[in-house]
Design a protein around this ligand. Sequence first.
Ligand SMILES: Nc1nc2c(ncn2[C@@H]2O[C@H](COP(=O)(O)OP(=O)(O)OP(=O)(O)O)[C@@H](O)[C@H]2O)c(=O)[nH]1
Ligand SMILES: [Mg+2]
Length: 201
Amino acid sequence: MKVNNVSLAAVGVKMSQYPDDGKPEVAFAGKSNVGKSTLINGMIGRRALARTSSQPGKTRTINFYDVEDVLYFVDLPGYGYAKAPKTEIERWGKMIDEYLNKRKCLMGIVLLVDIRHEPGENDKMMYDWLKHYGYDIIIAATKKDKIKRSQVQKQLSVIKKSLNLAPEDKLIAFSGETKEGKDELWAEIERVIGYEEPAKE
Ligand SMILES: Nc1nc2c(ncn2[C@@H]2O[C@H](COP(=O)(O)OP(=O)(O)OP(=O)(O)O)[C@@H](O)[C@H]2O)c(=O)[nH]1
Ligand SMILES: [Mg+2]
């Protein structure tokens, strides 16, 4: 998709605050600091529309980005930020749970994992849970620029094995620095929402 127009359409913590125009949406989930907001910026070609930080726990609300009036990109707060107060972790859990459980126009999830590490227990739980609910899942292995090219295939195999990916799940390496993986990821997102490029005049 050629992206020219993106805007932050809604910020919320409960269902009544989320957009209700029925446009399809794709959500970005993953551990705190894995690079969700960075990946969203890369996909829409904006340097800093989604706020990022080197400190985990940056995104605390559910943020809806309207992309070309075609779909929403949904930036979720990351899980597994141990330093957050317990009450906040609980609130976070409920918010994500409700969103993933009840959101009718949610067509697919991009689950981000760090290409350098074997996925953790939280990643496995999230994957199994998403699978259980029957979502289309795309795994994005982020921070590709942080490892040697010769290590990429090996790390992808580790991730595939560790999450026990199903044959239909797509696994794509991505870098927020070089934007490698962007076109492949866009193709998958378009497939998930059933988007077809408008015919040229
Ligand atoms: N080198 C490199 N750094 C990255 C990449 N993706 C993210 N980062 C860095 O990792 C840090 C966290 O990125 P964010 O995009 O804020 O992570 P997040 O998943 O949105 O984090 P939360 O909002 O806390 O859940 C920032 O310092 C980013 O610059 C990447 O592909 N390559
Ligand atoms: Mg974020």
